[in-house]
Design a protein around this ligand. Structure first.
Ligand code: 87F
Length: 497
């Protein structure tokens, strides 16, 4: 019985770079090179002719589609409607709310001509849509009866980064959703910022299997156009924190700049209160960095375009019987609403296929050969742990859906454990420095002052992440861990992306 011959397309195993099939560096020793290789070899990303702009291949785009579908239904259930505003924003409009554009100006990309005719006013390619949306809201809002107004759009944005770009994490064009809402009362707006933050946490935990820290950003780290910014932050295995999504309360900053006012119940003219909030394709990068390993991508079942791959072990005399059983299995699992792929390619060995599906992060692999058939079983292999177990053929349709749920849960638990074990409370700068060295995430009593944050960044390289909305009160007279003035609240700090 001759097993079909190996045709291994990689003739250069072991070399560094994209030509070799497997990853040639480890996550532990070279996190950034590991990520660069991984996203290409797992076929998530292709480079484009424009530096900082990347192609999202089907596997990556499928993940984004899952996030869109999930969040979109949560937004709609909360009363938010979708709309679409233009990509181009006239320069005069973009500069209307100065606090918001200041600091961001160098990142704006401009269109200056149409064909060969120069435009009489430059058009910004939207970096965010507060201005164009506020301009429109000013036309629509007249009375308290027009409020709340809560719209969202799914779109692309451009920020002309000058720092080094990395696919997903920092790119010049990316996909996101941006919510822009208007309320008559400040309290209603403030309440919404928290509701939305909970939805972002939900996506991270329940789709991406990534636990997050929820809280309020510092004065220095908030959006300049906002009264306050809430965020979710993730903590990566390399000891760096990364912002996952933001929810801003804009107060009346934009409503005053754009004239969004309404007549209230007492016939008084008032400026409205606003929020804006967003999550982008950066979140996909966070998830990849969190779960993947030296064999490649590890995908939570809920976002994987293929959840189960079946690899038949084919020999000349048993080929037909094995393929028939494999096809029956595909149908059974599809009936359970699973996405299943039967890899019946003849030109690769089973071992080669195992490596390939491991690189692509498929949560479950089922191996089925003639010996398994005799025993009426199949070998089931988990991508996240590598655990293998024989399961009888008639149990597969009940076991596999359960196993996928277990994997989804266990990825979250593993990440939660790492997060829990990484958080260290510190009360002095010395302790802080020591713990940062040990790749910990700090929780510290802090004064919240921008100058203190600035000096901390210089000394340690760490930034403030956020401050939990609910927290135990500080001890009386508690000093700031960094500058010894009076502390205001407990804050998370870490080295970050
Ligand atoms: C870059 C150029 C111009 C970020 C920019 O976070 C303007 C901006 O306003 C800018 N980069 N921002 C802040 C975006 C705030 C806010 N917008 C809605 C979000 C979430 C979605």
């Amino acid at each position: 019985m001759a097993e079909n011959k190996a045709k291994n397309p990689s003739q250069n195993k072991g070399q560094k770079g994209v030509d070799a099939k497997g990853l040639t560096v480890s996550k532990e020793t070279d996190f950034s090179e590991w990520f660069t290789q991984l996203i290409q070899k797992a076929e998530l990303i292709e480079y484009s002719p424009v530096s900082g702009c990347y192609i999202l291949r089907p596997t990556a785009f499928h993940i984004w589609e899952q996030v869109q579908a999930y969040l979109d239904s949560l937004f709609k259930a909360d009363g938010v409607k979708n709309a679409y505003f233009p990509l181009f924003i006239p320069e005069s409009l973009l500069s209307k709310e100065s606090a918001h554009v200041e600091g961001f100006a160098p990142e704006v990309a401009w269109v200056e001509s149409g064909g060969s005719s120069p435009l009489h006013e430059r058009l910004a390619i939207r970096p965010t849509s507060e201005t164009i949306i506020c301009e429109t809201y000013a036309k629509w809002i007249r009375s308290y009866k027009d409020l709340p107004l809560r719209l969202n759009q799914w779109c692309n944005v451009v920020r002309w980064e000058f720092k080094h770009c990395t696919p997903f994490l920092r790119s010049r064009e990316f996909l996101w959703q941006e919510g822009h809402t208007v309320f008559a009362k400040k309290e209603e707006a403030v309440e919404e910022t928290k509701t939305i933050l909970d939805l972002y946490e939900d996506v991270f935990r329940n789709l991406y299997a990534v636990p997050v820290l929820k809280g309020k950003k510092s004065e220095a780290e908030k959006f300049a156009g906002a009264e306050f910014t809430l965020s979710v932050e993730a903590f990566l295995p390399n000891g760096k924190a990364i912002q996952g999504a933001t929810s801003h309360h804009l107060g009346q900053n934009f409503s005053k700049a754009f004239g969004i006012s309404f007549i209230d119940e007492k016939q008084q003219q008032q400026f409205a209160y606003q929020n804006s909030w967003g999550i982008s394709t950066r979140s996909i990068g966070v998830m990849i960095l969190m779960h993947s390993d030296d064999k490649g991508l590890v995908l939570p079942p809920k976002v994987s375009s293929v959840q189960v791959v079946i690899v038949p072990i084919l020999f000349d005399t048993s080929r037909a019987a094995v393929l028939k059983e494999a096809q029956t299995l595909v149908k059974k699992l599809q009936k359970k609403n699973l996405s299943v792929h039967l890899d019946n390619r003849e030109e690769y060995t089973p071992g080669w296929k195992f490596n390939e599906w491991e690189m692509k992060g498929i949560p479950v692999r089922i191996e089925l050969g003639p010996k398994d058939l005799e025993k009426k079983q199949a070998l089931v292999v988990r991508r996240d742990t590598g655990e293998k177990k024989a399961v009888s053929l008639d149990r597969l349709e009940t076991e596999i859906p359960l196993l996928l749920e277990t994997i989804q849960q266990s990825l979250l638990e593993k990440a939660e454990k790492h997060l829990r074990q990484s958080i260290v409370a510190v009360t002095t700068l010395k302790e802080a420095e020591k713990q940062l060295e040990a790749k910990k995430l700090l929780f510290a009593p802090w004064c919240g002052k921008p100058a203190c944050e600035e000096s901390l960044k210089e000394k340690t390289g760490a930034k403030s992440l956020n401050s939990p909305l609910e927290q135990s009160p500080l001890k009386k007279g508690q000093a700031c861990f960094a500058c010894s003035s009076a502390a205001q609240s407990w804050f998370y700090f870490g080295k970050s992306y």
